[in-house]
Design a protein around this ligand. Structure first.
Ligand code: ZN
Length: 274
């Protein structure tokens, strides 16, 4: 059975990913002859999107001319090839519809590390993980890699939600703290902290933030080399995002209660360490 690593670059829209200089991710894609795909998230914000992931559903390709159940059936069957296990299909996921539970049933050790408080260990998302926790720092992919362990004779599943590509895009205190947008929940009910009406940035600033999201992908790419060095040969890796981000389109900033193509458009890449 193949070790499995699933990286979710939170809020990383497709064009930010494609425009980034990312030699390690590109080399991984080339070695697997699996170019980065433009796919679509099932949801426009973090929690439901991760719920779909942990059901075993990756972002979809919006195929025409087929009914949804056939798309789901094909997607669940993909896990056989990813894991190197025969006869995994939709029925393997019943009745819990949980990827970590399927993996535990196969003997995997299941590890979740998340950066966004909305995914914290008290939520339903942690169910069926052996070891799941919210990271202490918002952008600590390096720490997630450092803590990875592999046990001889037991395959592992590492599910990582990365905050690097989420607002404030590694800019720290240089940007205003925006509850909800920032990924912080605890101050949302605090009227004294309520954000002023209107968008927090002008068009020029939002264009810079969009570019900065690509710089964040570049940071992730540098660490991706460390991940590859850490994982055993044969490890299957998925790289994607939970949703996109708007940088001024239709007078929107961010993601969530927004209906726009760029909120659903995400990168998708998968392959194996050869
Ligand atoms: Zn998110």
């Amino acid at each position: 059975m193949n070790p499995l690593v699933w990286l979710v670059l939170d809020s990383c829209r497709y064009d930010s990913f494609v425009r980034a200089a990312k030699p390690n991710l590109d080399a991984f894609a080339a070695a697997n002859r699996a170019p980065v795909e433009r796919r679509w998230s099932y949801a426009s914000f973090t929690a439901p999107s991760h719920y779909a992931f942990l059901m075993g559903l990756t972002p979809h390709a919006s195929p025409a001319g087929v009914v949804a159940s056939e798309v789901y059936r094909a997607e669940f069957s993909r896990w056989s090839a990813r894991l190197g296990v025969e006869n995994i299909d939709f029925t393997s996921f019943l009745p819990h519809l949980s990827l970590p539970r399927v993996l535990k049933g196969l003997g995997y050790r299941t590890v979740g590390r998340v950066s966004l408080p909305v995914l914290n260990q008290a939520t339903l998302l942690s169910t069926h993980f052996d070891d799941y926790r919210l990271m202490e720092h918002h952008a600590d992919f390096a720490g997630m890699i450092r803590d990875m362990t592999f046990t001889a004779g037991q395959p592992s599943f590492h599910f990582f939600n990365l905050g690097e590509t989420h607002y404030p895009y590694l800019l720290g205190d240089d940007l205003p703290r925006l509850s909800g947008v920032h990924g912080t929940l605890k101050h949302m009910g605090d009227a004294a902290r309520a954000a002023p009406a209107g968008l927090p940035f002008d068009v020029q600033t939002m264009a810079k933030l969009h570019s900065q999201q690509s710089r964040c992908v570049e940071r992730v790419d540098a660490l991706f080399a460390d991940l590859l060095a850490r994982c055993p040969r044969g490890t299957h890796i998925i790289v994607t995002a939970d949703h996109g981000e708007l940088f001024g389109e239709n007078n929107h900033f961010g993601h969530g209660p927004v209906m726009h193509e760029k909120v659903f458009e995400v990168p998708f890449l998968e392959g194996r360490i050869l």
